[in-house]
Design a protein around this ligand. Structure first.
Ligand SMILES: Nc1nc2c(ncn2[C@@H]2O[C@H](COP(=O)(O)OP(=O)(O)OP(=O)(O)O)[C@@H](O)[C@H]2O)c(=O)[nH]1
Ligand SMILES: [Mg+2]
Length: 191
């Protein structure tokens, strides 16, 4: 319904919001499409840095839940000031949005948690923003490998005050974990 290049352009807070954060190329926009069953709703790309604004998607009319697709963290090839601007935009939104019920922090199954993910988690802990880790691209690794990453990531997540204890492994490609993620979104938005 709206795209916000800076915080000045945010839509009025009208309903519970759920945000999707994570490193560039982790699959935020793809996951949003899988969740909504709409292939081209959020723009995706193989090139990191596709999403450059906060993009708001209303679920229901009048909106019951608003999903927020965000620019990625840690995109080294982009101009430094641009990366900085995105990071401030994302962090300020996550810290300051009263209607935000949960941030899903996406982590690539193949890579596990990286320093920048831990930074986001620390920031969310400090700001007492509810968040939940989601593994993406589960189709890209073997089930045995996925089980290991899931265990390691769950263990790290347990050390973080504001993190939800349960992790969800997903694939936007095969649809695995999407039903669980929808349930988590509903729980977060309605509780
Ligand atoms: N195999 C597989 N590929 C995926 C999956 N999710 C995303 N991708 C691919 O990963 C690339 C990046 O996906 P995006 O959804 O654009 O990632 P993003 O996190 O929104 O990236 P930025 O907007 O740049 O921060 C695209 O080429 C997608 O097709 C998945 O579950 N499985
Ligand atoms: Mg994107």
């Amino acid at each position: 319904m709206k795209s916000a290049p800076t915080l000045k352009f945010l839509p009025d807070p009208e309903c519970p919001e759920i945000a999707f954060a994570g490193r560039s190329n982790v699959g935020k926009s793809s996951l949003l499409n899988a969740l909504t069953n709409r292939k081209g709703l959020a723009r995706t790309s193989n090139t990191p840095g596709r999403t450059q604004e906060l993009n708001f998607f209303d679920v229901g009319r009048p909106p019951q839940i608003r999903l927020v697709d965000m620019p990625g963290y840690g995109f080294a090839e982009a101009p430094k000031d641009l990366v900085k601007r995105w990071r401030f935009l994302v962090n300020d939104f996550l810290r300051g949005r009263a209607v935000l019920r949960r941030a899903f922090v996406l982590v690539d199954s193949r890579h596990g948690l990286k320093p920048v993910d831990l930074e986001i988690m620390d920031m969310l802990d400090s700001a007492a923003v509810n968040y939940q880790l989601v593994l993406t691209k589960a189709d890209k690794i073997k089930p045995t490998e996925l089980a290991v990453v899931l265990e390691q990531t769950t263990a790290e997540s347990a050390k973080h005050a504001a993190a939800h204890p349960q992790l969800i492994a997903t694939s936007s490609e095969t649809g695995s974990g999407i039903t669980e993620l929808r349930a988590a979104i509903l729980e977060a938005a309605t509780s």
